[in-house]
Design a protein around this ligand. Structure first.
Ligand code: GLN
Length: 275
């Protein structure tokens, strides 16, 4: 036998064995993910990985040190604590969050993005119990006399792409045949910048983010009017992830009972309106 051929065969066999072992390790997905005590499977061991879309203060935004903090962050930290892991946050476009594709792809375990629970989103995501009530609001520059959408005829109104605010304004424009040019921005920062620099006459987003903007940039903008859309935020998990959803809901319920929720609310949102 030609010794060279023989050597090649041995090499091929060794490669096959290596591949086989590699394949085996690849199959055992738990090697890279992790399962917590309560039977919750996580995409990365030791972490509760959260998908969000920055910035969305006061729900999630970077602080001066670059750390992502906010109302949602604090609530999800409680879930992580319950699971005995730490929260790791991934900043990613809102589209991948609300469509379920990030969760389905195993990019994260949970989505926390000031995200409104809607029937359309419920088809592709499993939502937690509601954790926050929100409405939409129309913001204008201080000094503007605009109070209604009707007064914006012939003007540009900024919205944030993929959001319920965008859907609401598009529906209003269609329903009332309003002569408004709706301009869509990829995130809240771009939308707020557009308003601040007069690229749009007004901008629509969730009321709490305008309240926060006014707090941190006093005197620049005012809320002209609100639209009571009766929205509620929910955290989302991949469809069928009942174990994690249960942990999220239990942790929310516990926070509401023991006062932690109120504390977090006071820190990030402010005083609660009288019930
Ligand atoms: N609450 C809005 C929505 O769900 C906005 C969310 C966001 O921009 N992060 O569409």
């Amino acid at each position: 036998m030609n010794p060279l051929v023989n050597t090649r065969r041995v090499a091929a066999l060794a490669a096959a064995v290596t591949l086989g072992l590699g394949g085996l390790a690849g199959c055992a997905k738990e090697d890279t993910g992790g399962t917590t005590e309560g039977g919750v499977t996580l995409v990365k061991a030791g972490a509760l990985t959260t998908c969000t879309h920055l910035p969305y203060a006061p729900f999630q935004a970077k602080d001066d040190t670059g750390k992502v903090v906010g109302f949602d962050v604090a609530l999800v930290d409680l879930v992580a604590k319950k699971l005995g892991v730490t929260q790791e946050i991934i900043d990613t476009p809102f589209e991948g969050i609300k469509s379920g594709s990030d969760l389905n792809a195993g990019k994260c375990d949970i989505a926390a993005a000031g995200m409104t629970i809607t029937d359309e989103r419920k088809v592709v995501l499993d939502f937690s119990d509601p954790y926050f009530d929100a409405t939409q609001a129309l913001a204008v520059l201080t000094g503007s006399s605009v109070k209604t959408l009707e007064e914006l005829a012939g003007k540009r109104v900024g919205v944030q792409g993929g959001t319920t605010g965008e859907a609401y304004i598009n529906a209003q424009v269609a329903e009332k045949s309003l002569d408004i040019e709706v301009v869509s921005y990829k995130d809240l920062a771009a939308q707020q910048q557009a308003l601040a620099t007069n690229q749009v006459e007004a901008a629509v987003n969730d009321l709490p983010v305008w309240n926060e903007y006014i707090k941190t940039n006093p005197g620049k903008v005012v809320v002209a009017t609100g639209f009571d859309t009766g929205e509620q935020y929910g955290f989302a998990v991949k469809k069928g992830n009942a174990e994690l959803l249960k942990a999220v809901n239990e942790s929310l319920a516990a926070a509401r009972t023991d006062g932690t929720y109120d504390q977090i609310y006071a820190t990030w949102i402010g005083a609660k309106p009288a019930a």
